[in-house]
Design a protein around this ligand. Structure first.
Ligand SMILES: *Cc1c(COP(=O)(O)O)cnc(C)c1O
Length: 389
């Protein structure tokens, strides 16, 4: 009995072309991937600056292991908060220009911490429809009213805020949308937060390190005025190339999270090795203008190379370049044809994206070379000529 639904569910996923398949890699994260014995060029990772195995970061981890060992041994609020964690929080707060920062083990956990700790029953959350799954889960966990507005629709958002009689209001958005690559209208969102006395939580998983002067992120990129109602979440496993996340903002918000956020209090602090790695990674991000310039050039190269194909490249200026295919099976088939030619770009299907908008999510990294982009462009042009999909 208890097995029937699982078996039917798995069979259904398979027949809908929705089964996820893991591949095991035998080389470090980078464009040159070794997958099941096959050498391929990967366009999959979020390692946008190519820092995931940078020698200076590896050296910092080695040195930190000698000094700190590996485990932190306890939660941050018991005895697991070591000097490298503390130094990292100071560095992050200064880097993004906020009063304080709190370091989390993952971005998923940071989002689950922020939302339910700030709003609860009788409060309201206003969320963009294309927000990341972790923000949706965070809103459900908060048990507040969950109002979702159409992607980027500021008029609907303003209307819903005006109608709301909730005690506390919180606006929730990705800064760079993870499956589309476009930017939220941050100045407009902040203006609405001011006007309706709401908090604005910005998830900058894909902007931190990549956008803004010295890679300070989407907030800096948009030149947002300083505001205590702005709460910034940044992840450290993407452009920063390591692992973890941070929440930065007004001192009162950070103090409250530290006191009350269950995903902060009831989990073991991550290894101090990661904090030591991140201290070097932030330096590399800050001095990474060349990497960011190379990445921008690769983005332009890909976009001009793919112009005129039967599939539309979504209008993204970021490292996330989604090629809209439509049907699940067609997206999977295209991804497999590319893989057979030594090029790895994943097919993204519902429920990660809306039904009928399956896509290839091409992610670029400063570690890519021009020739690798050219090879992808040539292969996609061949596949388009071969059709049909
Ligand atoms: C990846 C991602 C997260 C989760 O961060 P992790 O550190 O990987 O848990 C949260 N929000 C967005 C928008 C993301 O893309």
């Amino acid at each position: 009995m208890i097995w029937d639904e699982l078996e039917v569910g798995l069979a259904q996923l398979a027949s809908d072309g929705l089964l996820r398949r893991r591949r095991t890699l035998d080389a470090p994260c980078g464009p040159a991937a070794l997958v099941d014995g096959q050498q391929v060029v990967a366009f999959c990772s979020n390692d946008y600056l190519g820092l995931a195995n940078h020698p200076a970061i590896v050296a910092a981890v080695r040195a930190a292991a000698e000094h700190w060992g590996v485990g932190s041994g306890a939660s941050h609020v018991v005895s697991g908060h070591l000097r490298p964690h503390d130094a990292l929080e100071e560095r992050l707060a200064t880097f993004v220009g906020r009063e304080r920062a709190l370091y989390f083990t993952t971005g998923y956990m940071a989002n689950l911490a922020i939302v339910p700790t700030l709003v609860e029953r009788n409060d309201a959350i206003f969320a963009d429809r294309l927000n990341h799954a972790s923000l949706i889960d965070a809103a459900l966990l908060a048990r507040a009213q969950h109002v979702r507005f159409p992607h980027g629709d500021m008029a609907v958002l303003a209307e819903r805020l005006a109608q709301s009689r909730a005690r506390r209001k919180l606006i929730l958005t990705d800064a760079v949308f993870s499956m589309d690559g476009d930017l939220a209208l941050l100045p407009e969102l902040l203006a609405l937060a001011e006007r309706f006395d709401a908090w604005l939580v910005v998830d900058d998983a894909h902007g931190f390190g990549v956008l803004g002067p010295q890679g300070r992120g989407s907030i800096a990129h948009c030149n947002l005025p300083p505001s205590p109602r702005l709460i910034l979440m940044g992840t450290l496993g993407k452009a920063a190339g390591v692992s973890g996340a941070f929440v930065a903002g007004d001192r009162r918000v950070i103090d409250w999270l530290m006191q009350r956020a269950r995903p902060y209090i009831f989990t073991t602090a991550s290894s101090p090795l990661l904090a030591a790695a991140l201290l070097v990674s932030i330096d590399l991000i800050e001095r990474g203008d060349d990497r960011r310039a190379h990445l921008r050039q690769l983005i332009d190269r890909l976009r001009s190379g793919l112009a005129g194909l039967p599939w539309r490249l979504l209008p993204s200026l970021t490292a996330i370049q989604p090629l809209l295919i439509g049907e699940n099976a067609a997206a999977v088939q295209l991804s497999e044809r590319l893989f057979a030619r030594g090029l790895w770009a994943p097919a993204i299907r519902p429920p990660t994206v809306p039904i009928g908008t399956a896509r290839l999510r091409i992610s670029l990294s400063a570690a890519h070379a021009d020739a690798q982009i050219d090879a992808l462009v040539a292969a996609l042009r061949d596949c388009a000529a071969d059709g049909p999909f």
